[in-house]
Design a protein. Sequence first.
Length: 117
Amino acid sequence: MNIHDVIRNQITSHPVVLYMKGTPQFPQCGFSHNAVQLLRACGVKEFFAVNVLEDPAIRQGIKEFSNWPTIPQLYVRGQFIGGSDIMTEMYQKGELQALLKDLAVSQEAPAPTPSAR
């Protein structure tokens, strides 16, 4: 499996994927920190984060895959959305909130409802 196959699998297996420097808990650059804060402001508490600093192949591969030179990079439902600046612009227009609306709060399965007796 080549690096583009790995990336394709990541973005199609998770509804929200953020390629970033560091982790959501400890971002390693201001742009990655901003991207995490924007996702949280939209109500997305859980997402699949890929720390590109841990894998040089992913770090270079994601730039080639998206034809976008910078990190962070956001993917929603397999589609490339953009980096921190585009996310900020979309957020200011209300577009990011609309895009992520049905993914807000959590990606966990809903709790089962009690059966009526």
